[in-house]
Design a protein around this ligand. Structure first.
Ligand code: ATP
Ligand code: MG
Length: 235
């Protein structure tokens, strides 16, 4: 069974087609890069996948089910989307504790994930005082809180410094080594080609290419393949 499936997914906003009859599979135990120019429809497709947006047509499945059908979803799928709502007045630790309590996850796990994203020192600082990169690390911590088998990461490198980006690479590789499936969108193609097994490219809401990194790159770099397949410019 695929970890994630998109089948004819279509999402319209007014008269604009954000996602247009998009179909793709994310294989179990692989890291899949989700690429596309600005406005291509990546975030919209991911929001449909985790029920933050309602598809206009088509369907999405995680582990063969709709996101809403997953029991205790935090333990099945971890999500980092650009608009994650943490409570700014609570500390990083408190924010994660709230999530853990709701999902019946022990408090010790909160300490564990804070250490994993290297936020232990900032755990008692209010989130409104966090930098962009710190918030991004907290989002990643929240995503792995329930030790889910699937991770959906929308531009997780956003705001991370070079050390953070190197750390993220190790983090994603470790997830894959532990047998997890990762779907990660990013514009950092040089970075991404070190961690992905498979690639899905979307442009103007439509699937452009999908395959293994080797198939897509055809002996060149991922960036060259991306520019060739998308024509370079804005979606
Ligand atoms: N809530 C919304 N209301 C109206 N239009 C939207 C909304 N969300 C997205 N869109 C439009 O849908 C299209 C796809 O946007 P989306 O954010 O999915 O692209 P993206 O691939 O994630 O781009 P980026 O790389 O810049 O993050 C764009 O034309 C965008 O303007
Ligand atoms: Mg986006």
């Amino acid at each position: 069974m695929s970890a994630i499936t998109f089948r004819g997914l279509t999402k319209t906003y007014g008269r604009s087609l954000a996602v247009n009859n998009f179909s793709a599979e994310v294989r179990t135990g692989r890291v899949t890069g989700f690429l596309g120019p600005n406005g291509a429809g990546k975030s919209t497709a991911l929001r449909c996948l985790v029920a933050l947006a309602k598809p206009s047509a088509g369907k999405t499945r995680i582990l063969g089910k709709r996101y809403q059908q997953l029991e205790n979803p935090l333990t099945r799928v971890g999500v980092v989307l650009d608009s994650r709502g943490f409570h700014p007045g609570l500390t990083g630790y408190q924010n994660l504790r709230v999530l853990a309590t709701v999902a019946a996850i022990p408090a010790s796990r909160v300490e564990e994930v804070l250490a994993q994203v290297e936020l232990s020192e900032a755990r008692d600082k209010r989130v409104k005082g966090y930098s962009l990169g710190m918030k991004q690390r907290l989002s990643l911590a929240a995503a792995i809180l329930g030790d889910p088998e699937i991770l959906i990461l929308d531009e997780p490198a956003n705001g991370l410094d070079p050390a953070g980006i190197a750390w993220l690479r190790g983090f994603i590789s470790a997830q894959a080594q532990a047998g997890k499936s990762v779907l990660v969108s990013s514009h950092q193609l040089a970075e991404l080609q070190h961690v992905v097994d498979d690639v899905i490219i979307i442009n103007h809401g439509t699937l452009v290419a999908a395959g293994s990194l080797e198939e897509i790159s055809e002996g060149g770099t991922l960036e060259e393949a991306f520019l060739r397949l998308t024509g370079g410019g804005l979606s």
